[in-house]
Design a protein around this ligand. Structure first.
Ligand SMILES: [Zn+2]
Length: 412
């Protein structure tokens, strides 16, 4: 074995309290044993829980740490009136792109990528604004960072027309150019177009581009407090029409939280046919996808960080345990089953949504693992500490430690 993790706890309740040895060879999990394994390097987990690395299935990576450039107006507009003002928030937030420049975007994004690695994030669905204001200044740095960090944290770069397609004439050509430059995923935000016909056209053109360029599709759909929005349905229909079944992701989809049950049940059936996955970020808005119902219906769902200190959200550490922790509260998933589910939604289930194969702690699975300082799922959620060890592609890439120095006489 190249690398062995010893004295580890695993998530299976059947093995609660048992110690395990996980053997890694050539970037793959080669053995999981109840007795000690030998390896070139052996890490002692000291009873800590080992899980799959984290997957951040939704991240506006070109806009991190820009809140001070735009102020609080967009945050208030996005969240206000039951998300009735979400569209005006996007217009306010676009001010940041008046001074869009790769010279500050790249260092900002790099800090967020390093934070991801430190917190054991292995994959990021990274949206870059591609529109007539941003031009290609957002996507270019992300493509460079993708090459630099490949195998440590993989960036799945989305060419994202944040201000619309028909609403922002010229954006479509730029999205095509970004895909030509190497963007991995075709984006979209159809719900903000002026009419349903325009929204349909937006979805249709981006799905056609994805089919033609053999890319996946990830769109921000129905992201406002309006139960009449139907762009998730349009996305599912166009995925089927363009032979993109299983290759689409619906992000946000908050309006589904307001749908009458019959409408939601029909959409769930359509999503199943389209192989459509969903990503929710319940902490960044007052309205959210009905995550529990979609999971119960067998639809692939993930949680995402969404934003870090930008026009829409003032916090965020790129710590997916924090995202899971916040979601557990908002979604009412605080029992043992809920705790396990929110962890799945930022690890294995999130990998499924992104189409990443082998992201499982099992023999033959990818050696993308984190060793937590705590032994149980509940304690991991309660503490939200960065993992003790971060392993990517079978290599140790980061070690975290925390120490407190006491300056008073206390017994620990
Ligand atoms: Zn978002």
């Amino acid at each position: 074995m190249d690398l062995v993790i010893g004295n580890a706890s695993v998530r299976s309740p059947r093995h609660a309290g048992d110690r395990h040895w996980i053997g890694i060879s050539g970037g793959t999990i080669a053995a999981i044993s109840d007795s000690a394994l030998d390896g070139a390097t052996v890490l002692d987990a000291q009873g800590g829980l080992v899980t799959e690395s984290f997957v951040n299935a939704h991240m506006h990576l070109d806009k991190v740490y820009t809140l001070d450039r735009v102020g609080d107006d967009a945050i208030n507009a996005y969240r206000g009136a039951g998300m009735g003002g979400a569209l005006s928030a996007i217009d306010i937030a676009s001010a940041v792109k008046d001074s869009y420049d790769e010279s500050w975007i790249e260092p900002n994004a790099r800090v967020a990528v390093l934070e991801a690695v430190r917190h054991g994030v292995r994959h990021i669905l990274a949206f870059a604004d591609v529109d007539t204001k941003a031009q290609l200044a957002g996507v270019r740095p992300l493509l460079r960072l993708r090459e630099e960090f490949r195998g440590i944290v993989d960036l799945h770069v989305v060419a994202f027309p944040q201000d619309g397609l028909l609403r922002d004439e010229g954006a479509e050509d730029l999205v095509r150019e970004a895909v030509h430059l190497g963007a991995d995923v075709v984006g979209g935000i159809p719900w903000l177009e002026a009419t349903d016909a325009d929204a349909r056209e937006h979805v249709r053109r981006m799905c056609a581009l994805a089919a033609q360029s053999r890319r996946r599709v990830a769109m921000l759909v129905d992201d406002a407090g309006d139960p009449g929005l139907r762009t998730t349905q349009m996305l599912a229909e166009e995925l089927i029409a363009h032979d993109l079944i299983g290759r689409g992701i619906a992000n946000h989809a908050r309006a589904l939280g307001l749908y009458p049950q019959p409408t939601l049940l029909r959409l769930i059936e359509l999503a199943r046919r389209a192989g459509l996955g969903f990503v929710s970020d319940p902490h960044t808005g007052p309205l959210h996808l009905p995550v529990g119902q979609l999971v119960a219906a067998g639809i692939p769902v993930a949680l995402g960080q969404d934003d870090i200190e930008d026009a829409y959200y003032p916090y965020g550490q790129h710590n997916m345990v924090e995202v899971a922790f916040l979601s557990a509260h908002i979604l009412g998933m605080l029992d043992a089953a809920g705790t396990a589910l929110v962890l799945d939604l930022v690890t294995t289930r999130a990998a499924d949504v992104l189409g990443i194969r082998g992201h499982r702690l099992e023999i033959g699975g990818n050696a993308d693992l984190v060793v937590h300082g705590e032994a149980s799922e509940r304690r991991v959620l309660a503490r939200q500490d960065p993992p003790r060890y971060v392993i990517a592609s079978g290599r140790l890439v980061a070690t975290n430690s925390a120490t407190t120095t006491w300056h008073v006489a206390v017994a620990e």
